[in-house]
Design a protein around this ligand. Sequence first.
Ligand code: F6R
Length: 604
Amino acid sequence: MCGIVGYIGSQDAVPILMEGLARLEYRGYDSAGIAVVSASRTQVCRRVGRVRELEASLPRRLSGKVGIGHTRWATHGPVTEANAHPQSSEDGRISVVHNGIIDNAMELRDELLAKGESFSSETDTEVVAHLIANSGTDSLEQAVMDALRQITGTYAFAVTDQRHPDRIVVARNGSPLILGVGHREMFVASDLSALVRHTTSVVHLDDGELATVTAAGFRTFSQEEENTAKTPVSIDLAADEVDLAGYQHYMRKEILEQPRSVERMLRGRLDDRFGTARLDGLNLSPRDLRGFRRVKILGCGSAYYVGQIGAQLIEELARMPADAEPASEFRYRNPVIEPGTLYVAVSQSGETADTTFAVREVKRKGGHVVGLVNVVGSTIARECDGGIYLHAGPEIAVASTKALTHMAIGFAMLALVLGRVRDLSISDGQRIVAGLKELPGQIEQILASEPQIAEIAASLATARSLFFIGRVRAYPVAREGAQKFKEVTYRHAEAYQASELKHGPLALIDEELPTVAIVPDDDLTDRNLGAVEQIRARNGRLVMITHPAVPEGESQRVTVPKNERELDPVLLIIPIQLMAYHAARVLGRDIDKPRNLAKSVTVE
Ligand code: F6R
């Protein structure tokens, strides 16, 4: 949701801003705009719709060496050109792009209206542009700090001032902002993917921090005007990791990347000798790990479903009570925070507002929280007491695939570590380590059945509604299957525990409602096959995602290689990703940017 880019240097800012905005499209947005500053004027261009529509509407002679740009996801005010960013002061001198929400914008707006100011949009951001312009100081930095003192809320801002065309002033509080350091040029972005084409030398701003950015470099400082003297760090991210690299869609590219990305994630983290994992980033000694009595996992959407897989793994391997809860619910219910509980926040983006607030609630009440996060340096990663980076690489498609597989593996490693300081034997630990090592090759085998999965997907695409069923370990897989299918096909899909079918949903089964049954080869196979029979007896169409040893019925089936039973969900998830992708392709959906969805849900 919402994205920021900025440029200052010797090149024309316009193409750099437009390319940056295109890189941010995947986050989800409904309008876009840029402000370009030259010595004589600031020109602002905005447009509802796609970045390419903005590009087509730009005046031919628009150019300048300084500029800021934005993709907006409407929060304050509807989707209109007037509400798109950049927002300006009344005289057009100040331009502001903003991610986040200003909580006291209405009060401030009323005060400004009472003083005779007028507004051209309904946004909270325009209020900030007015506050900066009215500050009465000639220093842009001072004016921004004055405005920040008056506002409450979350933000990442980039501000230009016609009086100071040699700088962009930026500020961060609760919404990411990164500076990119080039040769006599500087970049600003809310997301690394908008920077990697230009530089790998970056500065992550902290909450409460500001920076003056000029062509010659940058200066970071606090709201109390103290220099924070940040130095750039080098990021390990190649531009082709955020490119399509010949694929038609990021979703398929990211699914197919998994054998390599999983191998990279596991490298150096498995200990064959002691049958455990090395997770130094947790910042927990064996004694600390031993001290926890239960585990509570917090995440949203698909991350929550994988959290359920994680809870199961922890209960099985560490024999500790564990459960997962949607972070979006947890944060609103005044949760009891127990001292002996290890809280685990799980998030691909590391920026999901609901999960971030859940982390803060745990910490506010003295709980201990670690993160399973993909994006390095993201808000959740920084606010947790420790964690496990997922190392899935950038995930651009809105529908999460490889990051989820990495989350499940991250939970397996956490369960292993928690188990090995308890009663999990060295040989059982070694069994799981060996199973983890098998995963990249086994994922490769599943991906080789893509043509068969695509054929099945095409036959499911026309159904008006679908069931996904699974039991115990396989139930979260079914939930994720239904979620992925809904997200990218816009078809109704619902997950049920296979055990619950007879308690109600069976009434819906007929030849028009297909069911995707997740049937692993384990202690519950016979019971699952019983549910399959109940569906078949009612003329329900069936697709089974299963293991080779499970007897063939009349249903269409996709088989995945067998691993250790605890790790089976990791592999069962892969075919449902391809199934959702190919069904959406048949239906001609906007696969990488499904309607109404955003990659990072940074608002409530
Ligand atoms: C599903 C999906 C969402 C996210 C959820 C949490 O494909 O992408 O359900 O899983 O919004 O996002 P993160 O993991 O970034 O916290």
